[in-house]
Design a protein around this ligand. Structure first.
Ligand code: GDP
Length: 193
């Protein structure tokens, strides 16, 4: 998809603030620093609409982006900071639950995983959670440019194995540096909007 218009609609902290719109939504989840903001910016051909390298401690929000007046990207707060307090972690969980439990507009979830490493405990929990609630998942393996060609297939299999990946889901190998996987990611998204 060639994106001409992309705007942030709201940074929400509770469901009262979610957009009152019935447009389809594609949510994005991932560990902090996985490359989620970079992924959004690459897909919509913007340098900096989704903020990259969000710092721990910043207010956690659910960011709704309106794309082409057609659908919303819903950027969920990242997980997995070692340093966050129990209280902050609980708040994160409540925010995520509130979104997933209430959003009929949600069509699919893009779950991002750093391809250089095995999935983290948080990655596994997120995927299990999404499969438990039967959301279709587009698994995006990020930072593919950092992996030697010979290692790539091996690591794809490893990630699928650790997650017990559902072959009905889509697996996209992606790099924001080379733009590898951009078209494939769009094709997967377009089947849900
Ligand atoms: P977020 O916290 O998930 O939103 O992650 P960011 O998009 O801010 O990216 C975290 C860091 O990883 C930044 O320094 C990015 O430049 C870098 N990064 C993101 N995607 C890629 C990628 O595909 N390849 C490489 N080499 N670096 C990436």
């Amino acid at each position: 998809m060639k994106v001409h218009s992309a705007d942030i609609i709201i940074s929400a902290v509770s469901k009262k603030q979610y957009p009152k719109s019935s447009l389809p939504e594609i949510a994005l989840a991932g560990r902090s620093n996985v490359g989620k903001s970079s992924f959004i910016n690459t897909l919509i051909d913007r340098k900096n609409l989704a903020r990259t390298s969000s710092k721990p401690g910043r207010t956690q929000t659910i960011n709704f982006y309106l794309i082409e007046e057609l659908f919303h990207f819903v950027d969920l707060p990242g997980y997995g900071y070692a340093k966050v307090s129990k209280k902050e972690r609980a708040k994160w969980g409540a925010m995520i639950d509130e979104y997933f439990a209430n959003r009929k507009q949600l069509q699919a979830v893009i779950s991002l995983i750093d391809m250089r490493h095995d999935p983290t405990e948080g990655d596994i929990q997120m995927y299990d959670f999404l499969k438990y609630y039967e959301f279709p998942v587009i698994l995006v393996a990020t930072k593919a440019d950092k992996l030697a060609k010979s290692k790539k297939n091996q690591q794809i299999e490893r990630i699928k194995d650790v997650l017990d990946f559902d072959e009905n889901d889509t697996f996209v190998v992606f790099s924001t540096v080379t733009k590898y996987g951009k078209e494939e990611a769009w094709q997967a998204i377009e089947t849900f909007i």
